[in-house]
Design a protein around this ligand. Sequence first.
Ligand code: AMP
Length: 403
Amino acid sequence: MIVLVMNSGSSSLKFQLIDMDNGDVMSKGLVERIGMGGDAGFEVKAKGEKIKKDVKADDHKQAVALVIDALTTGDLAVVDDLNNIDAIGHRIVQGGDSFPKAAVVDQRVKDLVREYGAMAPLHNYAALAGIEACEELMPTIPSVCVFDTSYHMTMDPAHYMYAIPYDDYKELKVRRYGAHGTSHKYVAREAAKAMGRPLEELKLITCHLGNGASVSAIKGGKIVDTSMGFTPLEGLVMGTRVGDIDAAAVLFIMKNKGYSIDEMDTYLNKKCGLLGVSGISNDFRDLEDAMQEGNERAKLAYDMFVLQVKKYIGAYYAELDGCDAIVFTAGIGENDDLVRGSICKGLDALGISVDPAKNDGCREFRDISKEGAKAHAFVIPTNEEYAIATETIEAVKEAGLVK
Ligand code: AMP
């Protein structure tokens, strides 16, 4: 089966066409600067080649039309007929508590994605624009919404509730939803495969450490707890997001700086985290370069990030009552041996111990745990597009929409 995976942001559209019979990525690319006034940027990689050009894309419909054109015509075309594509999987950031699994798009699904847009305004509305463009331009191909939140729907109330008045939780649906669900699910499955054991009998702590970062506790394949909350702002120190902070500090800053709600939203999401503390960058590579040159604030940001991940690992070890494996994934988790080493230092009492010889320079799927350590420690490259395509196929099969 061939699946087109779409990831629409407010001014961007990333796509991958995947042949799920062998996992091959037939074509991938992105449209950037959609609707920003000037030219949009369009990049496509297929057949071992890459095309990059400036194009016109005033909205997501024009961007989807460009993608269709690239897939079906010209030197990098990979399908003769659009109907060779079996399904389209759309990444949706926020599905509230309505979607414990992926859903084939219909009016009800679109209405709910719009409703939950209030919680993820930058993402859900853009995704809807992408879905509607696909419906219009590829009406015969079923579209599926795959939610970042679905995998976390197995949390029980003690884990997802905030201690706000219960009626407010009911009225406003303010609770922990989590994010990065497709990634946590994917690496958990891969870890079980690598251990040669059924996921159902494992206790795992998965660390998705990228520009956005979250840790999850997984028992028997089901999420028990996760560090992101009502939105992806909670939890770890991130590239530009603040992570955990006393709510009273937020009010204090607003009051003293005279920030509006929108200004405070931008502050917490874009000006804090590694960038805010270091004053240098949200990118770990820049921070580590600055640390080497003796920059103390870069070192502080690094230490705060490491400490926060450690705290969650400790908490989740306690919640799971053990841990069979810890997994590192995403940009930092997959590439940064220094951070992985720092996080795992001093966790021997939990059975987590990393072998420097296996960790150093590792940027591939590998068990980096010390010989004899109780828990495995894996580096597992995430593949969210493949995970989205897998869930898309499951949803269309269940709905009887397979050609
Ligand atoms: P992601 O959000 O998963 O794409 O991760 C992006 C982040 O990963 C960047 O902002 C960097 O902080 C980090 N990153 C990517 N490559 C490396 C690398 N080679 N070494 C250290 N950090 C990296």
